[in-house]
Structure formats: structure tokens, C-alpha cells
Ligand binder design. Structure first.
Ligand code: BES
Ligand code: MN
Ligand code: MN
Length: 466
């Protein structure tokens, strides 16, 4: 294996400028999936990345869906190959760039700048997820260039709706179950421990996201003439929202914790050894104290405990100065991060009953659901996990750590459930990459490490027989 991998790694090193150029071209395409104004940009990104897969030497096609298209590509491995097939999942869409005035350079005008850990690429999607998608495409390109083939069979599935709910994903997986069949699903859309220490993410939180609108009077009212005698939708909404947590900051929905498990001792010990630094984690966002569910550590709070957050709230007068008004309606965007076996549908049902039960007479609640997904846990003892640990150990010269993450990737659970392919989350982002924020960046060092790690993983899997 060493003999086969080394020239591939050399090639990646020699072609690093070319790889950066290609990533920059990708980053220039504004593929914001949430905003219909960018529909053409999203389509262009799909075509562009499809062409990249073709030029790397794979069979690739853009496949339409009811929403944004999927990009599917395949390579059958060496002649007569009978080992495992990997499904690579990633997303070519990005989050909106706003607030744009906080960007130091254009969100879709990538730049290479100096940072404390070497050069970094700054642009929307640099880390999440275009940089990471290009890292495995570059690994494919290098393998095929050097050896004329990949060492194992792969299928690639890139979606364009990850940042906006992945609505077309499940129907697409159902309709293409056979075509997309694979033994494991590799995802590069998570983080490392630090720039020198690779990580494999073994659990992700799930998500329930809703918008709640409380309707009261049939028009906005003078708060002097009516105030005190009518339900104020903003008062009603905020009172319902604040009753979602108790004084220990636990969530009050009945049965909410029924399916939440304590972290097994083995994992607790492993995590204690990681030496997670609260001060650093909080300091980088201008805070000093971890704040959340009572008697839990920061790592537990973000990786293994469910949450409820209000992500947006609006209603009434929001202009300059004062206006004495009672609004006819008020809205909040509310999300729950889920863990372990929590059932998103059960939580939605309880939430509806909870809100309805607290409504004063004459008020009405409208609850819109924005897609749900369950938490994810890597199956124990996976041979693919071991292969990834070997690949990362080889490239970084130190062991990968197993971490959890508070984020969500809806596709991971869906691919596991519908295609039966267990996920392997090998990501290369850093905590300070500003994903979803202004000035998103990806360290060139992370990009290089990611390309090499993917090249090494392909070699490992090529030698596996199930
Ligand atoms: N790549 C992220 C999730 C992530 C980031 C996981 C870092 C682990 C470490 C993904 O693109 C994302 O932003 N997911 C959303 C899901 C949502 C839009 C359905 C999230 O977690 O909020
Ligand atoms: Mn992502
Ligand atoms: Mn994201």
C-alpha cells in the first residue's frame, strides 16, 4: 500500500496550486440554496462540480429533483474489484452570506490570507462544505492520474439543499436505492480536534425546527385604548416561549427527556481525556462561562444533551423610536437539537399540545414545520471507522480522536436508514472557521491534510474485504 499511496501523496503536493485554483472557482459560484434569487447559482455549482468529477475521471451526471439538483458520480475501482464500495456524501450549496457588511472581502470573491496557522482561504463555503468536497475530489483526481484507477469502488452524491432542509434528499434516496447502494458513507462536513489532531465524529444531534405565529386581534391596536383588556400576541408568545425551560434550564415539554440516555462511562472517560478547554471555546466568542442545563459540562451540553433555542423573533413595531401598539400577531423561529433516540415527530406533537394548552381565549397558534431529523450515532466496532483511523494516523502521524458534535447533517441518518450505509464522519474544519458566519475560512493546512487523508482512506478501503 505504501508504494501505491506515496506517489499519490506526492502528486497532491505538486498539484496544490492547481487544487486551490479549482476550489476558488467553486467558491466564486454563489450557490445559496435557501434564497430563490440564487437558483441559477445553485444550478451552476451543480454543473461545475459535475464537470470536476468528470475531469477527475469519474462517470458523473447532474440529476434533477423537485428542488435543487443532485450530482451523482461513480467509479468501479480496479478491473475485477470485489471489495467494499464507499458512498461519498457532501453538499455544494452554502449558507446565505449575510450580514454582508461584516465581511472583510467579498463572500463570493475568495482570497488567500495569512493567519496564525499559515495561509487560509476566506469565502462562504470555504469549509462548509465546498473545501471539504473538493478535498475528496482532488484525492480521486490524484489516484486516477497516478494509477489510472481508484483503489476501490466509489459513488458520490452531492446535494444542493443541505443548508435549507434537504427536502429532496429522502425521495431521491428512495427512488435510487439500488443505484446508490454502498457499504459505508463517507462524509467530510464536520471538524478536527485542532489543526494537528484529526478527528472522527461519532455522534451528531438531530433537529426539529418550527415557526410559531400567535394570532390575536384582527388588526394592530392602540395599546392605550385596548391594552390590559385584550391578549397581546407578543406577550402571549414570549410567555409560552419562556415556559419552555425551567429554572435549571431543562426543557419542560412533557416526556421530552424520556428517550435521552446518559453518556456511557467509557465515552465519558474518553472525553475527559480530550482536555476540552472551556475558556478557549468560550473566549473566542467573547464569553467566560458555559451556560446551560444545570450540572452538565460544556462538552456534554453541546454533544450529548438536547436543547431548545429561539433562533428569531419578531412582531409589532420594529422601527425607530416608540409606537404604542398591540400587534395582531407575533412570530418566533424555534429549534430543538435532539440526541440519542428522541423521536422528532413525538416532540412536534407534544410541542403543538403544549402551545395550544397555553393559549388565551381568542388567540390562535399557527405552527409551521421546517423538516426534522434524528440524532446520529456511529455503530460500534465499524471496520470502516478502523480504516479511517489508520488513514488519519498515517497522514497526521498521531491518532485521530473520537469526538461528538452538536451540529446536524440530515443526510447522514437518511442514508443510513434508506441505503443501509453506516456513516463515517471524517471532517477537517476547525472551531474558529466561522461556518455560517461572516468571513468563513478554511486553513490551507486543513485542505492539504484532508486531500491526503482521503487518498489514504481510499487505499485502506481498497485492501478491505468484508
Ligand atoms: N456541516 C454542518 C454541520 C456541522 C458543522 C456538523 C460542524 C458538525 C460540525 C451542516 O452544513 C449544517 O450546517 N447543518 C445544519 C443543519 C440544518 C441546516 C438542517 C445545522 O447543524 O444547523
Ligand atoms: Mn455542511
Ligand atoms: Mn452548514
Amino acid at each position: 500500500m505504501t508504494d501505491e499511496l506515496n506517489p499519490v501523496l506526492d502528486h497532491l503536493r505538486n498539484d496544490s496550486a492547481g487544487a486551490l485554483d479549482r476550489l476558488f472557482d467553486f467558491l466564486r459560484i454563489p450557490s445559496v440554496s435557501a434564497d430563490p434569487a440564487y437558483k441559477a447559482g445553485v444550478a451552476r455549482a451543480a454543473d461545475w462540480v459535475c464537470d470536476q468529477l468528470r475531469s477527475a475521471g469519474l462517470n458523473a451526471a447532474v440529476r434533477p429533483t423537485a428542488g435543487h439538483p443532485m450530482v451523482v458520480a461513480k467509479h468501479e475501482g480496479p478491473p475485477g474489484y470485489d471489495g467494499p464500495r464507499l458512498l461519498y456524501y457532501g453538499h455544494y450549496d452554502v449558507q446565505p452570506a449575510d450580514p454582508i457588511d461584516l465581511w472583510k472581502s467579498g463572500a463570493f470573491e475568495p482570497v488567500l490570507i495569512d493567519g496564525p496557522r499559515g495561509k487560509r482561504i476566506v469565502a462562504r463555503g470555504a469549509c462548509d462544505d465546498k473545501g471539504q468536497v473538493m478535498s475528496f475530489i482532488e484525492a480521486f483526481r490524484a489516484w486516477i492520474k497516478v494509477h489510472g484507477t481508484l483503489p476501490c469502488a466509489v459513488t458520490i452524491l452531492l446535494e444542493g439543499e443541505e443548508e435549507s432542509g434537504s427536502e429532496s434528499l429522502e425521495p431521491f434516496l428512495e427512488a435510487n436505492k439500488i443505484d446508490l447502494k454502498a457499504d459505508a458513507c463517507v462524509v467530510s462536513d464536520t471538524g478536527m480536534w485542532d489543526i494537528e489532531t484529526p478527528a472522527i465524529t461519532t455522534n451528531l444531534r438531530g433537529l426539529v425546527y418550527v415557526e410559531i405565529t400567535i394570532h390575536g386581534p384582527n388588526k394592530d391596536l392602540h395599546s392605550g385604548l385596548y391594552g390590559g383588556a385584550v391578549p397581546n400576541p407578543i406577550n402571549v408568545l414570549t410567555s409560552i416561549l419562556s415556559s419552555l425551560h425551567d429554572e435549571k434550564r431543562r426543557i419542560t415539554l412533557p416526556g421530552f427527556y424520556d428517550d435521552v440516555k446518559e453518556v456511557p462511562t467509557r465515552i465519558q472517560e474518553q472525553r475527559a481525556n480530550l482536555g476540552f478547554d472551556d475558556a478557549e471555546f468560550l473566549g473566542s466568542v467573547g464569553l467566560t462561562n458555559s451556560y446551560g442545563e444545570a450540572d452538565r459540562s460544556t462538552v456534554e451540553r453541546t454533544w450529548s444533551r438536547p436543547t431548545c433555542d429561539i433562533n428569531g423573533i419578531y412582531g409589532g413595531y420594529m422601527g425607530k423610536g416608540a409606537k404604542t401598539v398591540i400587534a395582531s400577531h407575533a412570530t418566533a423561529k424555534v429549534s430543538f437539537r435532539l440526541v440519542a433516540d428522541q423521536d422528532p415527530h413525538k416532540i412536534l406533537k407534544t410541542l403543538r399540545a403544549f402551545v395550544t394548552a397555553k393559549l388565551p381565549k381568542d388567540c390562535r397558534a399557527e405552527i409551521t414545520e421546517f423538516g426534522v431529523n434524528r440524532a446520529f450515532q456511529v455503530p460500534d466496532g465499524s471496520a470502516f471507522l478502523a480504516a479511517a483511523e489508520r488513514a488519519l494516523g498515517r497522514v497526521y502521524g498521531r491518532n485521530a480522536v473520537l469526538i461528538g458534535s452538536g451540529g446536524s447533517i440530515p443526510a447522514v441518518g437518511a442514508i443510513q436508514r434508506i441505503l443501509g450505509a453506516p456513516a463515517l464522519l471524517m471532517g477537517f474544519g476547525l472551531d474558529d472557521d466561522c461556518v455560517h458566519s461572516p468571513n468563513e475560512k478554511f486553513e490551507v493546512g486543513c485542505f492539504d491534510g484532508a486531500k491526503k487523508s482521503h487518498a489514504a482512506l481510499l487505499a485502506e478501503v481498497g485492501r478491505m474485504r468484508l
